[in-house]
Design a protein around this ligand. Structure first.
Ligand code: NAD
Ligand code: ZN
Ligand code: ZN
Length: 344
């Protein structure tokens, strides 16, 4: 079968590999669509030894069951499913609570992260990772599994603060951000302020219903402050889907006293939190900082329900498998709006 693999750090190749077979408890899925996540670029950029090579990338997968391995109940060839990408140990305290994104044994285990992913014609996944998607378009289903799930989980963590009359600043309206925006609008009554460097991303945010849009730049903090009020007031929640130095600095300068920063993006940079005597505090008092990771299977079920009920739509741009490397280059250059989705 054809697959797009990381063959060495930084090297992505469209190549031929043997079609895998489903072992006991596993399913062979014919891949219908795979989202191109910015994390794949971080995986490609990571130093040797952090991720296995060669490895087929792609952790945002939807497809159709081709064959089922021994002992698999409840799934048959032809069934359509989204893939919950995390594979926890299944035995630790967190996994037993259904919080496999907090597994105490396997920190970042998953399909396309620690074993072959979905940028291929077929992928083998444990049957327990599949969630039904009914007749939903698979190109719209695939982004739900990460671009939808990760912001949904972040919003769940922030939910106690997301009350009517509060403001949430969403930084980075890309794959995750454009879904996070819709999740906020569909499941809370907060005022949403969308921030991005890219005007096309801000236009998308406006179309999706953001109450305000702010161009990132030197005067962004001032513009956001006009909307959320002067310190010690501010945004009750900041969702940072970039995580670069300028966005971390914006986040800490606009968050309210007692507010929360959810640091989802992995671009780099430092968020100082420790107060130093005689200096203005780096974050307001009582600020909570959370570093969310992906989400739970139960949350993915809820994300799929939101999409099936018409409250959450991935804005997708499709590429054939052979053009996956070009899709990632476009993502790197910041030219993708919504989600680039690869269709093998
Ligand atoms: P993306 O490239 O689709 O979107 C990024 C958006 O941020 C773009 O719209 C871009 O214009 C905007 N942006 C870039 N620099 C900016 C700046 N300085 N100020 C404001 N906006 C800026 O990326 P994505 O796939 O949505 O992923 C976003 C981040 O989240 C990545 O770092 C990714 O690795 C990370 N991620 C984390 C998790 C997790 O579990 N924590 C899961 C998935 C992705
Ligand atoms: Zn991802
Ligand atoms: Zn575990």
């Amino acid at each position: 079968m054809r697959a797009v693999r990381m063959t060495a750090p930084g090297v992505l190749e469209h190549t031929e590999v043997p079609t895998p077979q489903a072992g006991p408890g596993e399913v062979l899925l014919r891949v219908g669509a795979v989202g191109a996540c910015h994390s794949d670029l971080h995986i490609l950029d990571a130093p040797a030894g952090v991720f296995p090579v060669p490895m087929t990338l792609g952790h945002e997968i939807a497809g159709t069951v081709d064959t089922v391995g021994a002992g698999v109940d409840g799934w048959s060839p032809g069934d359509r499913a989204a893939v919950y990408g995390i594979i926890g140990c299944g035995r630790c305290r967190a996994c037993l609570r259904g919080e496999e994104n907090r597994c105490r044994v396997i920190p970042v285990g998953g399909i396309g992260l620690s074993r072959d992913g979905g940028l291929a014609e077929y992928v083998v996944v444990p049957a327990s990772r599949l969630l039904p998607v009914g007749d939903m378009d698979l190109t719209r289903a695939a982004p739900l599994t990460d671009a939808g799930l990760t912001p949904y989980h972040a919003v769940e963590l922030a939910r106690p603060r997301l009350r009517p009359g509060t403001s949430c600043v969403v930084i980075g309206i890309g794959g995750l951000g454009h879904m996070g925006l819709q999740i906020l609008l569909a499941t809370t009554a907060v005022r949403v302020i969308a921030v991005d460097t890219n005007t096309a991303a801000l236009e998308l945010a406006g179309r999706l219903g953001a109450h305000h849009t702010v161009q990132a730049g030197p005067d962004a903090v001032e513009k956001i402050r006009e909307l959320v009020g002067p310190a010690p007031d501010g945004a009750d929640v900041v969702l940072d889907f970039v995580g670069a130095q300028p966005t971390l600095d914006t986040a800490r300068q606009v968050v309210a006293t007692g507010g929360q920063i959810l640091l989802v993006g992995l671009a780099g940079g430092t968020l100082p939190v420790r107060p130093v005597a005689d200096e203005p505090p780096p974050v307001p008092l009582e600020t909570g900082v959370v570093v969310p990771f992906w989400g739970t299977r139960a949350e993915l079920h809820e994300v799929i329900a939101l999409a099936r009920d018409g409250r959450l739509h991935a804005d997708v741009h499709t590429f054939p498998l052979a053009e996956a490397p070009q899709a990632y280059e476009a993502l790197r250059r910041g030219e993708v709006r919504g989600r680039a989705v690869i269709v093998p």
